[in-house]
Design a protein around this ligand. Sequence first.
Ligand code: HC0
Ligand code: SF4
Length: 579
Amino acid sequence: PLTATINGKAVTGRPGETILECARRNGVYIPTLCELHDIDHAPGTCRVCLVEIKMPHADKTHLVASCTTPLQDGLAVNTRTPQLREMQRLQVELLLADHDQDCATCIRHGKCDLQDVAQFVGLRQNRFFDPARVAARPIDESSPALIRNMKRCIRCQRCIAICRDGQGVDALIQINSGLDTAVGLRHGLTQKNSACVTCGQCVLVCPTGALGERDETDRALEMMYDPELITVVQFAPAVRVGFGEEFGLPPGTNVEGQIITALKQLGASIVLDTNWGADLVIMEEGTELLHRLKERKRPTFSSCCPAWINFVERHYPDIMPSLSSTKSPQQCVGALAKTYLPEKMGIDPARVRVISIMPCIAKKDEIVRRQLVHDGVPEVDVVLSTREFARLLQRERIDLKTLPPSTFDNPYMSEYSGAGAIFGTTGGVMEAAIRTMYYVVNGRELEHVEIEQLRGFEGVRTATVELGGDIGAVKIAMCHGLKPTRQIVEQVRSGNSDLDFVEIMACPGGCVDGGGTLRSKKAYLPHALKRRETLFGIDKNRAVRQSHRNEQVQALYRDYLGAPNSEKAHHLLHTYYTD
Ligand code: HC0
Ligand code: SF4
């Protein structure tokens, strides 16, 4: 084995390991900005991971980038010398030369890797700062969901890598050269009209505030402050298991009850659960699917993930007829919060504003789709990503950790089954749908509701499930991440697929790791499995685990919609797609 020293301490290297990897494994900190191990990205462009090395018999030392230099036998590595620190400091100073210096207004203030590294190297002045160069760098604000601010870009190229290699969308490229190097969209397009589907994965890996969601915390607060308005707030299945970290709780902690308390403190008039909408979607989508199976139309693709819908409309418009027409849970809740709920509660629908808290930024695109805005009134008024929700609580000085939990108290649209809860992780929609379709076909419940067969974590999973009755066996697939999705879509288009139903989630892991979730420094999707486990735990502990047994959903059909896929249900809960 390879032996070397780091800061005088003997270490053993693994074959092919870089100096950076070995240092990390041995608990030695080396600052990095462009490198991101989880996505296998080490372009060596930021130059802050410099270390000093000395070969066995050499008398001179060299400075090298530790992320791209392999560890060699007998190497003496030093990460702590005054000269080294000075070089790193100079590097950070150069990175800041054309970088927006207004940290206080930055969306990533306090959570920025560049700020951390500037502190580490002890930067106290910035000799090269050139406001004219900053002014020349563009901001793309064309998208309702994602803002790309080149005044804060450090050219690490993580966003390009994740979009191309991780998601297979390949919307982003490096443009210009030298001092003008920047990230742009292919063909000189804007974020809004480019190939981008606003999955938000690039935001999760950006080390600075160059990429971020459009911040709408102000709009949400204005609504909640206004005594004339009735603010209805819903939050997504995955939000409750991906939010506690912000307040120092262990990843995956279920903070549903504290979120309800926080929303009440913020001034929300009514708190609803998107999980309830998920149960409702199963009724609509499951019924639709059974019809389509009887008509031998296949496959049907799930339609609740808005980045997936963007992907179809932009990249594969020919498969639009295969998308389920059922709206997403967020939109079903929005539509009913402005119709059914006011009727039940005796309130004026014109005063209702719907705010959703989502682990997603494509949901911001979804609410402005023209199909989902009626006479100028959107079904959902504002979407806040989980990150914005954290910002909102910070702005209002609410510390979630200290709040007592509350329970949902709305008698119409907040109860949920275990099936609704698991929507937030890959395979959850499928499992929920199978539980209900089995019941519809056979008139009795599936014996084992936890369908282990569907619970893997590979990018594409296929299975055959016996539904019995006049339907028989159905072939299903579940995909998460857009790269595997492309695979399935290509297969379907080539006619080589016998799939009946396909669930797609654009983000790897599903919503638990959506592009609107809290960003982790130095890691990509570190908490997916813990969050998923908690969702499965919520399901396990629910008295009701099937969507069709949700009594508030049953009441909606009894009192308002009639049956699933009725004319009224179609009018309120179904949509169409266009490119
Ligand atoms: Fe999801 Fe959803 S499950 S997309 O992943 O279907 O964002 O959590 O809210 O709408 O329910 C996100 C999560 C949702 C919707 C639901 C679906
Ligand atoms: Fe690519 Fe997704 Fe970022 Fe758009 S949001 S640029 S599709 S990674």
